[in-house]
Design a protein around this ligand. Structure first.
Ligand code: ATP
Length: 462
């Protein structure tokens, strides 16, 4: 945790800011904490929802070919037999402390990692999946697992979704949800934890077109991080070498971010071939073939999987946006978060607590809060209030002064440039909406109606 990519941010600074300002707390802190488990506080949960919303919009709502799913965390135990998790994680394992590859202790010679020569942990009989029991009796027959990835919920619902929505290849199924892994070496704050959230999409394609779609999704996923404000020189692609590939994958590329501990995985994009559907067909006895009306063929689709972590992305967005800038009063800490990710979009700051001004400012607040996550703050000096908002990434502060009572105008102060503009209250909402995310944000407001129309036309048109 010593490398400091921007020259200013370290993991310690982010951990401290997260606790001080209510983004992320240690789990069960009053009991001494629970290793590698974290709780998202009032600002953290807003930002987390924004990260998930941005991903969902980009991967599902903005496209015609991807639909969503929310599968149960607990699944039939045979799912994990078919997927290879039961067998794959039940051997004595050692993990490389450097590259985190895990090896079956009985298949390697020597004491260092065969991939990078890093130091290895002691071997343990290790199952990465958390086990629990379903029903009142704790016996082998009632064992179920806390899912270690969301992907399998998508594979086992492939046919349900395909037939219910009459989807034609290529199409994708997206899911965001919790996953649990009894990691051997958790750490680096929320980078590697035992309970985390994933954003995964399985994109089903005709065999033979898989390389094209793999390349497409690799580029799309890289673009998303840049669109959401990550500096282009802090994010890169790292194609896997042949010997790094999981047994089912024919190619895989990681999107990596320059974390304080060095370049590390944010997301993996894999060509999983037809491994998963073939396995589930074999173990369930149900055919998972797709009938291609155009060619008249039956086949098992290939799958391209972009698989990202909510917590890792959020951590990268915090790290990347952090800055300390000299100003008149010394140094201001500022999170230059993309406005769509910022936990609070607008702060309403009346310049006095006098009743006539306060009630006027409260009306402005009431008008905006229906559209944006808005905060009302009337404590301490205006300079202090700006600093507080800058430190949590609020992109716009609206100050209401006595002049506002007369000319019905307020001042918008921008976080990044610290410039101030005077705007009529009548156009305040539109002005802020355009600044926060332009048309993308505006369309969020109308999404619920258009999605219903899109869904119904898709079903009735099919
Ligand atoms: P790593 O090599 O870092 O352990 P992985 O290759 O095992 O990750 P995947 O199984 O590909 O990870 O999971 C997809 C994504 O889920 C990762 O890119 C990461 O963002 C997230 N993720 C995986 N494991 C964890 C974890 N223990 N804590 C937080 N996020 C995780």
């Amino acid at each position: 945790m010593t490398l400091d990519p921007t020259g200013k941010v370290t993991m310690e600074k982010i951990v401290s800011l997260c606790k001080r300002r209510g983004f992320i707390f240690q789990s069960s802190e009053i009991y001494g904490g629970l290793g590698s488990c974290w709780d998202y506080g009032p600002l953290g949960i807003e930002m987390k929802r924004n990260v998930k919303e941005a991903w969902w919009r980009y991967m599902v709502h903005d496209r015609d070919d991807v639909v969503g799913l929310d599968a149960a965390i607990l699944m039939h135990p045979q799912v994990w037999v078919a997927s290879g998790h039961v067998e794959g994680f039940s051997d004595p394992l050692v993990e490389c402390k450097k590259c985190h590859l895990r090896w079956r202790a009985d298949t390697i010679e020597g004491k260092s990692c065969p991939s990078c020569q890093g130091e290895l942990t002691e071997p343990r009989q290790f199952n990465l999946m958390f086990k629990t029991f379903m029903g009142p009796v704790e016996e082998a027959a009632s064992i179920v697992y806390m899912r270690p990835e969301t992907a399998q919920g998508i594979f086992v619902n492939f046919q349900n979704v395909q037939t219910a929505l009459r989807k034609k290849l290529p199409f994708g199924i997206a899911q965001i949800g919790k996953a649990f892994r009894n990691e051997i070496t958790p750490g680096n704050f929320t980078f590697r934890t035992r309970e985390f959230e994933q954003m995964e999409m399985e994109y089903f394609v005709k065999p033979g077109t898989d390389q094209h779609w793999f390349d497409y999704w690799v580029q799309r996923r890289l673009s998303w991080y840049k669109d959401m404000g990550i500096r282009p020189d802090h994010v890169r692609l790292r194609p896997h070498d042949r010997d790094e590939l999981a047994h089912y994958a024919s190619c895989c590329s990681d999107v990596e971010y320059l974390f304080p501990m060095g370049w590390s995985e944010l997301e993996g994009i894999a060509n999983r071939g037809n491994f998963d559907l073939t396995q589930h067909a074999k173990h369930s006895g149900k055919s998972l073939e797709y009938f291609d009306e155009e060619s008249g063929e039956h086949y098992i689709p290939y799958v391209i999987e972009p698989s990202a972590g909510v917590d890792r992305s959020l951590l990268a967005f915090l790290l990347d946006s952090y800055d300390e800038e000299p100003d008149k009063e010394g140094t201001r800490v500022v999170l230059h978060l993309h406005p769509l990710l910022a936990p609070i979009k607008v702060a309403i700051l009346p310049l006095s607590k006098k009743e006539n001004l306060a009630s006027f400012a409260r009306d402005v607040y009431a008008d905006l809060r229906g559209c944006f996550m808005t905060q009302y703050d009337d404590t301490q000096s205006i300079g202090r209030r700006y600093r507080r908002q800058d430190e949590t990434g609020t992109p716009f502060c609206v100050t209401v002064d006595f002049q506002s009572l007369e000319d019905h105008q307020v001042t918008i102060r921008e976080r990044d440039t610290m410039t101030q503009i005077r705007v009529p209250i009548a156009t305040l909402k539109q002005t802020l909406m355009a600044k926060i995310g332009g048309e993308k944000f505006a369309s969020q407001q109308v999404w619920s109606s258009t999605s219903a129309e899109a869904q119904s036309s898709q079903v009735s048109g099919s």
